[in-house]
Design a protein around this ligand. Structure first.
Ligand code: GTP
Ligand code: MG
Length: 441
């Protein structure tokens, strides 16, 4: 049983149970072909991993080993022979800038003999180290096991076809045994996740019944969602200059407008296999099934990056909202940082989306406009109501006024005249039950 576990540990750690959660200080070699590796490098840096060298090979990737066999062997030799003082000394990780096939992962690992991560495995490891709550950990573990299962199947496959020898007669059975354990754990975790999803759904139902409106925050990772959530709700959430600081949804009330709920959630990223994001769908749903969605994009990014992140986020939102008509507003964040805001606005326009709102959670720029736009989008124009004094012995005007405060968001009050944001249905109910004491100005 020892041997296969070692192999598996190198390609995901499934059999170890205890996944390593801290990768701070590790040294890695990056293998890349066409395509910009900078996002992958940023992800690795977020985890405190040092990329000591970037190895580039031109041309299309080898379906068996990603890099050509000879070149991969060179990398393997360099890793295994690096002596003290050599920059490669201490490298225990090879990162591939692609979503590799299980076959590639297993073969590369056989060659380099250190842990191998493709983009998916790197994200998984990042998620594992950032997952704080039971729910987030469950989601991440499901995603991890799903990914590990593909590697296990590949190992079985290679042994069946005779491509891989070395585990002896019991080797295949041992891996089959691990596969069974993995499947069993997956079933249990899915049940657990379904429970979490149910309780989220129930909480959402209760909020809707209580007349609350929900505003979801969505956008590429690091767009500034949690910062905006904090600025609007005053509720502390983790804000970090790291990718995927947030992995689960937090709901909070908008300051001064407790009937409006805000939902901060996990961000999007390019080329995330959809089954990986699916593991987070209950979490995402809570934010995406809302009355209004704010799509946040960092406008301090370089314009091509801006465009790429906006298209990815928009596509994810539309794909995941199950065709329901979604009321969506584009919000450009971090306006206090240098960036070409005009060019960013043009990009938004060219994608057929409405005029964005420009904000900075740090300098407060645009925040009032954003609050107003949220209200307008949820409630339509403000209404001014007049409460009349009744006859002696009638219910007091104050009683009606406090009822108005309960139902709407009052922005101005002058004597018996109140201006407020209020849902149409709530307004009609208020007026019809007031015996003619409340009327629209
Ligand atoms: N200059 C500036 N920086 C900002 C602003 N808003 C957020 N940031 C910074 O951007 C980084 C990411 O912010 P978060 O609010 O954590 O972003 P997020 O979208 O929640 O990120 P994830 O949860 O990791 O996907 C942090 O370093 C913030 O301080 C802003 O208005 N101006
Ligand atoms: Mg966040």
């Amino acid at each position: 049983m020892d041997e296969p576990i070692q192999v598996l540990a190198g390609t995901g750690g499934v059999a170890l149970g205890e996944a390593r959660t801290n990768h701070e200080g590790r040294k890695a070699i990056l293998l890349h072909r066409d395509g910009n590796p900078s996002e992958l490098i940023a992800l690795a840096e977020t985890m405190g991993i040092e990329i000591v060298n970037e190895e580039y090979q031109k041309g299309s990737e080898d379906p068996r080993t990603y890099f050509g066999k000879g070149r991969l062997q060179d990398v393997a030799d360099e890793i295994s022979t690096a002596v003290e003082g050599h920059p490669w000394n201490g490298v225990d990780l090879v990162i591939i800038n692609s979503n590799a096939s299980p076959r590639q992962l297993v073969n590369i690992h056989s060659s380099v003999q250190v842990e191998v991560w493709d983009r998916v495995r790197l994200l998984l490891s990042l998620f594992i180290s950032h997952a704080g709550s039971v729910e987030a950990r469950t989601q991440v573990r499901i995603a991890q096991l799903q990914a590990d299962r593909t590697v296990l199947r590949e190992l079985v496959n290679q042994q069946t076809t005779g491509e891989r020898a070395g585990f002896g007669g019991g080797g295949r059975q041992a891996i089959q045994g691990v596969l069974t354990t993995v499947s069993r754990e997956l079933t249990q975790l899915r049940k657990k996740q379904a429970k979490h999803a149910m309780s989220r759904k129930e909480r959402r139902r209760q909020r809707v019944r209580g007349g609350a409106r929900t505003v979801g925050l969505a956008g590429y990772t690091n767009a500034g969602k949690s910062s905006l959530f904090l600025a609007l709700s005053g509720k502390e959430v983790l804000v970090e200059d790291k990718l995927f600081s947030t992995l689960e949804t937090t709901v909070g009330r908008m300051e001064l407008s407790p009937r409006i709920l805000l939902a901060d959630t996990i961000g999007f990223i390019d080329n995330l296999p959809s089954d990986l994001l699916d593991a987070f769908h209950a979490t995402l749903d809570e934010s995406l099934q809302c009355d209004l969605l704010l799509l946040l994009v960092d406008c301090s990014d370089e314009i091509t990056e801006f465009q790429r992140k906006l298209s990815t986020s928009r596509r994810e939102v539309l794909d995941r909202s199950e065709g329901e008509p979604l009321s969506m507003m584009v919000v450009l964040t971090k306006s206090d940082k240098a960036g070409d805001i005009e060019a960013a606005k043009e990009v938004v326009k060219s994608m057929g989306m409405s005029e964005p709102i420009i904000i900075s959670s740090h300098s407060n720029q645009g925040m009032n406009e954003l609050r107003e736009s949220i209200m307008y989008s949820l409630y339509g124009p403000k209404t001014t109501l007049i409460v009349s004094e009744g006859e002696v012995g009638d219910r007091s005007a104050e009683a009606y006024i406090s009822q108005i405060y309960d139902l709407g968001i009052v922005t101005n009050k002058q004597g018996l005249e109140l201006t407020l944001w209020c849902g149409k249905a709530e307004l009609e109910r208020l007026i019809s039950k007031s015996d003619g004491r409340i009327s629209i100005k």
